[in-house]
Design a protein around this ligand. Structure first.
Ligand code: ATP
Length: 298
């Protein structure tokens, strides 16, 4: 079953095209990252799904059905840092949130335990660290135990400890069988916590799918020898290399994932009269991949 299916969504704000025909679907049980730089349309997309904004055209389904209030009741959301009352404690704040959402008033202790705020549940909100505030916001989204969670930039503004805590929490929720849809501009975050990713740029979906497939990364082998020019000449025709180029220090060869053999390359060079003094395998990072994807569309 698909939790969310988006079909050819367009959204214009006057002359600004925030979404230009976006289609993808979110499998049940996934941690689905919507990845894109600022202004790529992530918040707009989530706003449409949550009925805060209206699409200019296109459609979407929730739980394989026409979206309704009943479906949205099954979704917990964290859209921006919520306005908790500073002079109230966690239990009081969540009691108010549960009343507004009309769900989860019996659930407050459970969600506070889940986000590790049990010990501080009677402390005023104003005494919380940023990470604790964010965890309380996540606790609020978990009221009523929804199967689906939508988080917009869940680690925004947090320090490294807060970021790590939030990521652990997302992993825990995934292990408990929840489907999590999260917008992020952080490649590293998506790589660490998401099972699936959709990459948005300027309202256009560049690619989407399982993280392992999208991020199948090329392998780069760095080679170095006393005479780089000579090395480049003999490697130019090296079988299996997708690209051979020289920089200040090395000749670098790019191979499809899993196809680079350092031994074979070393032997080849030796047989062609060159002794390598440097030979190193490097994976192309997601960052490079993302950079390439976004550059190609300009
Ligand atoms: P960020 O991470 O910065 O929030 P985002 O990927 O969530 O970025 P959106 O906030 O969805 O992107 O914005 C997409 C585009 O639509 C941007 O060009 C933005 O300036 C524009 N936009 C968003 N909301 C409005 C609005 N209410 N009126 C006009 N333009 C808007």
């Amino acid at each position: 079953m698909a939790i969310l299916t988006v079909e050819n969504l367009h959204k214009n704000y006057g002359p600004i095209q925030a979404l230009k025909g976006v289609s993808f679907s979110v499998p049940k049980g996934s941690v689905f990252g919507i990845l894109g730089p600022n202004g790529s349309g992530k918040t707009t997309l989530l706003g449409i799904v949550l009925n805060v904004l209206k699409a200019s055209s296109g459609s979407f389904k929730l739980f394989d059905e026409e979206p309704s209030h009943v479906h949205r009741q099954q979704i917990g959301t964290l859209l921006e840092t919520p306005n908790f009352y500073h002079y109230l404690n966690a239990v009081q704040n969540l009691t108010i949130a549960a009343t507004i959402k009309q769900r989860g008033s019996a659930d407050i202790n459970r969600v506070l335990e889940l986000v590790n705020l049990e010990q501080r549940k009677f402390s005023k909100f104003s005494t919380y660290s940023l990470g604790m505030k964010q965890r309380l916001a996540i606790a609020s989204s978990l009221l009523g135990d929804p199967d689906v969670l939508i988080f917009d930039e869940p680690t925004n503004g947090l320090d490294p400890v807060g970021i790590a805590e939030t990521r652990e929490l997302i992993k825990k929720l995934h292990q408990a069988g929840k489907t999590i849809i999260m917008a992020s501009h952080l490649l590293d975050e998506v790589e660490k916590v998401c099972t699936h990713v959709a990459i948005l740029q300027k309202g256009t979906l560049l690619t989407h799918g399982h993280v392992d497939e999208i991020l199948i990364t090329d392998e780069i082998v760095e080679t170095g020898a006393a005479n780089l020019q000579q090395l480049q000449n003999i490697l130019q025709q090296y079988p299996g290399a997708k690209r051979v180029y020289v920089n200040d220090q090395h000749v670098e060869l790019t191979f499809a994932a899993g196809t680079a053999s350092l031994e074979a390359l070393n032997r080849y060079c030796f047989e062609h009269g060159i002794t390598l003094h440097h030979l190193r395998l490097r994976k192309k990072s997601l960052e490079t991949k993302f950079f390439e994807l976004t550059q190609n569309t300009k």
